[in-house]
Design a protein around this ligand. Structure first.
Ligand code: ADP
Ligand code: MG
Length: 249
């Protein structure tokens, strides 16, 4: 049994079957990549996992509990965090404040600022956020306004905002989309550090094969809403079906 078990998930948008019959098992403490051509249904699947979309059929179990029917913030509190395709940060707040907000969200299920319950609580949350920023090497940028960060640092900040909630499953939707090679490599290094330093499972949607083959231990290839193959990176590389559906396009 994986920490995440997706069974027979289907999702239709009007006349379009975005997800056909998706079965996916993600083993605990692994990095599992989901790849596939544009329109394959990758983001739709992710939206189902975080409660933004309700599938027409099937089940999604996280650590033995059903995810379906729960609100996004409830799923987040279960231990699933998501990194978006474009960083979702609070531009006008400082880096430190950005990391404090998810601490409240984890506790209260709502995004708010300065919701300290006691002085100890405040010290706790500030320390937790500072430690998190140290972990992602942003300790010298605590007081900077988030909007002034480079694209790579915005991604790093968003990662910190997810990780400070201590998720057991981190979902990443094209974390290096639109990045220059140097920022992409920094992100790969950051994800490797994260993986090696804590108990965490990652499901990553990614177009860039360099990123996929640098990180993934398991790969599922999605095509037209249905998993085509699931295997190790070594086997996926030479797989004729994959070449045809994805790499060769
Ligand atoms: P991917 O992330 O693999 O590129 P998506 O999951 O975004 O693919 O989309 C799968 C298919 O579903 C595409 O054909 C897309 O146009 C369609 N689609 C996605 N979201 C919606 C929506 N909210 N309404 C209608 N069609 C959608
Ligand atoms: Mg997508």
């Amino acid at each position: 049994m994986g920490i995440l078990e997706v069974k027979n998930v289907g999702k239709r948008f009007g006349g379009l079957q975005a997800l056909g019959d998706v079965n996916l098992s993600v083993a605990e403490n692994t990095v599992h990549a989901i790849i596939g051509p544009n329109g394959a249904g990758k983001s739709t699947l992710l939206n189902v996992l975080v409660g933004k979309l309700i599938p027409d059929t099937g089940s999604v179990m996280f650590d033995g509990q059903s995810v379906l029917g729960r609100k996004p913030h409830e799923i987040n509190q279960m231990g699933i965090s998501r990194v978006f395709q474009t960083p979702e940060i609070f531009s006008d707040l400082t880096v430190l404040e950005n990391v404090m907000i998810p601490c409240f969200a984890k506790r209260d299920g709502a995004y708010r600022m300065h919701a300290f319950e006691t002085v100890e609580d405040e010290v706790d949350i500030v320390q937790k956020a500072e430690q998190m920023l140290l972990d992602v090497n942003m300790q010298d940028k605590l007081r900077m306004t988030a909007s002034s960060l480079s694209r790579g640092d915005k991604r790093r900040l968003e990662m910190a905002m997810c990780l400070v909630q201590e998720p057991r499953l981190l979902l990443l939707d094209e974390p290096t989309a639109g990045m220059a090679r140097a920022d992409t490599n920094n992100t790969i290094d950051l994800l490797k550090e994260i993986k090696d330093s804590r108990d965490i499972t990652m499901a990553i949607i990614e177009h860039d094969m360099h990123v996929v083959f640098s990180l993934a231990e398991r790969i599922t290839v999605l095509a037209q809403g249905t998993p085509l193959v699931e295997d190790t990176p070594e086997n996926i590389k030479g797989h004729p079906k994959v070449q045809e559906a994805y790499l060769g396009q």
